[in-house]
Write a protein of this length. Structure first.
Length: 278
């Protein structure tokens, strides 16, 4: 056990945002243009959660009981989803402040070398068991910075929206979706990525090397944040067993629970324990 009776220590690096879900209803189609008219009550029902790398951290902390530090953008990014509460369908997403300044290497190096200070000025020291790079390609992490992190650390799990290249070669595992893999598979298959790539396939499960890991078929309400849950579960499973097959199994089991719930959520650690998943 490590800090605060949590099982492992994890550093999450990447862009965070505020995820807002505004619930209302579609009354009719506008006569001026073929677009739906979205209405809310006098006091709109809004759910707000941490998003992107922030949601990864919520999962590592609250679902998988890992002490988590986050290095992320200072600029506020806000994603507002307008959801028809009768159908549960998202009808529009509005993104604000979508570009970040690049991370400075100095605070990153301090964290990685255990020479950081907390907001009170006190020195801290944590040996991270794993690092998750959650790169949404908003400018916070440039390729050279990702390369630096991967080259100088172990148990680095990379989830990036960038087209994969040499900068990612030293990551231990890389999560990409099926579309991203298809766009770049010739390069990836011939440049030493095969043992690192975990390709998520939606309702079909995921693929590692040449093996398909099927997933339980369940009624899906919302896939928002499912990839964040998957990579958090992958890290927990890997740290528990040092076995990628077991890690994938855990990640898929928890992700299957998440997609059955509306909006971006995490499954509490105690609930996963009660279900015998952890």
């Amino acid at each position: 056990m490590s800090k605060n009776n949590q099982d492992y220590s994890v550093l999450v690096i990447g862009e965070t945002c505020e995820d807002k879900f505004m619930h209302g209803y579609i009354e009719r189609i506008s006569p001026e243009a073929p677009v739906p008219i979205f209405k809310t009550d006098v006091k709109p029902f809004v759910i707000t959660n941490p998003g992107m790398a922030g949601n990864v951290a919520e999962n590592t902390k609250h679902s998988f009981n890992m002490f988590t530090m986050v290095l992320s953008n200072e600029e506020p990014i806000v994603k507002t989803r307008f959801v028809d509460y009768r159908s549960g369908q998202m009808v529009l997403r509005w993104d604000e402040h979508d570009i970040c300044k690049p991370v400075n290497r100095e605070p990153l190096s301090r964290l990685l070398n255990n020479k950081w200070r907390n907001p009170d000025g006190q020195k801290g020291s944590i040996n991270f068991d794993a690092i998750i790079i959650s790169d949404y390609c908003k400018g916070f992490l440039e390729e050279d910075m990702i390369r630096y992190i991967c080259e100088n650390n172990t148990n680095v799990f990379l989830d990036t929206k960038k087209k994969l290249g040499d900068f990612a070669k030293d990551a231990d595992f890389i999560k990409i979706n099926e579309l991203e893999y298809r766009k770049n598979h010739d390069y990836l298959d011939s440049n030493g990525f095969k043992d690192k790539l975990i390709v998520t396939l939606g309702s079909k499960g995921c693929k590692y090397k040449d093996k398909i890991y099927e997933v339980e078929q369940v009624p899906v309400k919302d896939v928002s944040g499912a990839g964040d849950t998957f990579i958090a579960g992958l890290v927990r499973g890997w740290l528990d067993t040092n076995n990628i097959n077991s890690a994938i199994d855990l990640a898929q089991k928890v992700t299957t629970l998440v997609v059955q719930k509306p909006t971006v959520v995490h499954i509490p650690f105690k609930e996963l324990q009660s279900k015998g998943i952890l």
